[in-house]
Design a protein around this ligand. Structure first.
Ligand code: NOJ
Ligand code: CA
Length: 712
């Protein structure tokens, strides 16, 4: 009966809002494909459901809260009012995958009175987009509710079957797990799988997974669940009830076991459900960004998307150390190696960056504290302003300035957030004094204040404070080990990127990232924002550094190049050592050329866990860059270049796997080819096992158009 009534609603052309008392309200997306239905269970609990082109996306699912203070459950309501509105606007991000973004949705605002007699009123706001649904709760200012404590959020996401899912274990402290691919009935997060090398993890339920969660239904629907605008609230994990494939929201608790401390008026983050029958449209969705607040930075002219090199990978591969005394931390080796961040070595990177036109040089291990940072739960490790004796900050900042490049600051906090908060102003003033305008922060370890978690409300507030305070100082920021992002870079565009997932570094000193890893990340972690993945590793096998090492990067060399396009970020590292690039300058040319800010993006083909092909147009230029990657399967594609300007000729530089390349046997074998192409060209892509192709498409001069071979 209920279903029938809901489908009757699908036929309605105008927004139809019936009364809640009369059991249902529904709302369509602007294009009519998405349908939200609001209803109540027989017991009176409020429920919602979502359909896409008539197929169930969200089966009847609960909404509500259990408050600890005041002690009340908010599940059953009477409807005070239901209002709808339409928004269709276009806005311009400071940087991004495209230069303008359309925000078009229909909104439903439900004002609800708690039926249990508490006198509390809450609102639920739904926005129905062509590519999904977002909703959040609002607690308006009211006599019966001022300060309150959330015990549990009772939001559910009911799946309509045993979908295929790309998931990592639920956790309060880390998102650096390797991905699992299984049907929902087979989700078993116990043990955490690829988790051995993660320092601080707080795994809590074998049926728990993290968002962004990517799924595919038997009916061919791609469904992604995440959240947007996570501010002053804990992150949400999802606990699966396998009896009915329903996910229950599970918020990260604080040291007391409470979830969130709020005061009216207050709002929760948006719960997001991105849906399509095309995988490419999931990657193209801007729903999460659209649900974040506009930029709070009035003059963003100082914010610069950029590439960087770093005194960094050499520590991860065990060639040098962060610690002045040579003790190895990150790579877990007992043997002593030279200190990496010494003045002469940093100058070497500055020279390389200046020569190759790379804007930034990250330097880790420059400051005191590394001798004492790892694995302790110590409060005062770093002060962020005292260099080791062999790092001459005066000389290096003058040298970098003379070469026209910028040193990027590093603040490893060792997860002692209390200590970092005490030092932030002093540390940012120090940066300004020496001409640094970007900082990479890090939170390796268990959080201090003790008992708090990386993803709890206390830390969420901290990450926002860092974004805000760095903005006040005109500093760009890249956070490692923070909560998974939820689109905050729209509000604070100085927040260029973060890690918040298993980065390339795991390939240096652990079982690493499997060949499908980078075909999953854009469908999961990157839904919330750019990732500092640190691509560009040319020396694939770690036995190059030490014959005993078995670790390796699980890709070919040209797949590392393609990642600069498929893994969107306005901050991209050329992560390998200068000498490894100098040995292969023909391949490094792609890293030099590739843009980091874009006018337009075309997701040409994609399947989570299998392959991704993306083309992007460089901001303000007539150049395009393409990346195609595959998992462990070798694949062939034919890709039309019909996105190019008709009638114009482009020089295509194709960086591809050699015919005998593969990620495990022959990962560094590549071929570079140069042709004239145009919008009618059909490019044949041949990707090796674990491989990829990178292509630059740059407007041809008349001379080139005459001389170069036309692609056939
Ligand atoms: C973990 C970060 O992800 C990595 O990039 C950094 O080098 C180490 N922590 C040390 O801060
Ligand atoms: Ca990390």
């Amino acid at each position: 009966m209920l279903l029938k009534r809901l489908f009757a609603g699908i036929l309605a052309v105008v927004i139809s809002l019936s009364v809640y008392a009369d059991q249902f309200i529904n709302l369509h997306s602007p294009d009519g494909n998405m349908l939200l239905g609001i209803n109540s269970r027989d017991n009176g609990d409020l429920i919602y459901r979502v359909f896409y082109k008539g197929k169930t996306v969200i089966a009847p699912s609960g909404l509500g809260f259990k408050l600890n203070v005041p002690a009340v459950s908010l599940l059953k309501f009477t409807l005070a009012s239901a209002d709808s509105s339409i928004t269709d606007e276009t806005w311009k991000p400071v940087w991004g995958e495209q230069s303008s973004i359309r925000n078009s949705y229909r909104q439903l605002l439900l004002k609800l009175n708690d039926k249990s007699g508490s006198g509390i009123t809450i609102n639920v706001v739904f926005r129905v987009f062509n590519d999904g649904v977002g909703f959040r709760y609002e607690f308006p200012k009211q006599d019966k509710l001022n300060h309150f404590v959330i015990g549990d959020e009772l939001t559910q996401f009911g799946m309509n079957g045993d979908h295929k899912a790309f998931w990592i274990p639920g956790d309060y402290d880390t998102n650096e797990y390797g991905y699992y691919t299984s049907n929902l009935s087979k989700v078993d997060a116990s043990g955490g799988g690829f988790a051995q090398e993660i320092h601080a993890k707080t795994f809590f339920d074998k049926n728990a997974v993290q968002t962004p969660l990517m799924m595919k239904s038997n009916e061919g629907l791609y469904i992604n669940i995440h959240e947007a605008a996570l501010v002053n609230y804990p992150a949400m994990n999802l606990v699966l009830d396998k009896s009915n494939f329903t996910f229950n929201a599970h918020l990260v608790p604080d040291a007391e076991g409470n979830k969130a401390y709020l005061q009216t008026p207050a709002v929760t983050p948006w719960r997001t459900i991105v849906v399509s029958d095309k995988a490419t449209e999931i990657l193209a969705s801007k729903l999460i960004l659209n649900l974040n607040e506009p930029s709070k930075i009035a003059d963003p002219s100082w914010i610069k998307p950029q590439k960087m090199v770093g005194v960094w990978w050499e520590m991860h591969v065990g060639k040098s150390s962060w610690d002045y005394s040579g003790g190895q931390v990150g790579s877990q080796q007992a043997t002593k190696v030279p200190h990496g961040a010494n003045t002469a070595n940093v100058k070497r990177y500055i020279d390389f960056a200046a020569k190759q036109g790379i804007e930034g040089i990250l330097v880790e291990g420059w400051n005191t504290g590394w001798e004492d940072w790892f694995g302790q739960w110590k409060e005062d490790v770093f002060d962020f302003v005292t260099p080791y004796p062999d790092f001459d900050v005066n000389e290096l900042s003058a040298y970098a300035k003379s070469k026209g490049v910028k040193i990027i600051m590093h603040h490893e906090t060792s997860a002692s957030t209390t200590n970092y908060e005490r030092w932030m102003d002093t540390a940012y003033r120090f940066m300004k004094k020496y001409g640094y305008d970007a900082v990479k922060t890090g939170y390796v370890g268990r959080i201090i204040p003790r008992g708090e978690h990386h993803d709890g409300q206390w830390m969420i507030r901290h990450y926002e404070r860092v974004a805000k305070k760095t903005a006040d100082y005109h500093i760009m920021v890249d956070m490692h080990e923070p909560v998974r992002p939820t689109g905050m870079h729209r509000t604070y565009p100085n927040f260029l990127a973060c890690e918040a997932a298993r980065g390339n570094e795991f390939n240096a000193w652990s079982v690493g990232n499997m060949p499908d890893h980078e075909t999953i990340l854009p469908f999961t972690r990157l839904m919330g924002g750019p990732m500092d993945y640190t691509p560009g590793i040319f020396k694939i096998k770690m036995n190059y550094y030490n014959p005993e090492k078995k670790e390796q990067v699980h890709t070919t060399l040209t797949k590392q190049l393609a990642l600069y396009v498929t893994m969107y970020s306005p901050l991209q590292m050329a992560a390998d050592l200068p000498e490894n690039y100098e040995a292969k300058m023909d391949a490094f040319q792609f890293i030099k050329d590739v843009a980091v800010d874009w006018d337009d993006t075309k997701v040409l083909d994609a399947e989570p866990g299998d392959y991704i092909i993306i083309a992007r147009k460089a901001k303000g230029k007539d150049s395009w860059f393409m990346g195609a990657i595959t998992d462990e399967m070798a694949r062939n594609f034919v890709t039309s270049l019909n996105f190019l300007d008709a009638g114009k000729k482009y020089v295509a530089m194709i960086y591809r796997d050699a015919d005998n390349a593969s990620w495990n046997d022959n990962p560094e074998a590549y071929v570079i080819e140069k042709f004239i192409v145009d919008s009618k060209t059909k490019l044949k892509l041949k990707l090796a096992s674990g491989g990829g192709t990178a292509v630059s498409l740059i407007l041809a001069t008349a001379e080139e158009a005459r001389q170069l071979k036309k692609y056939k």
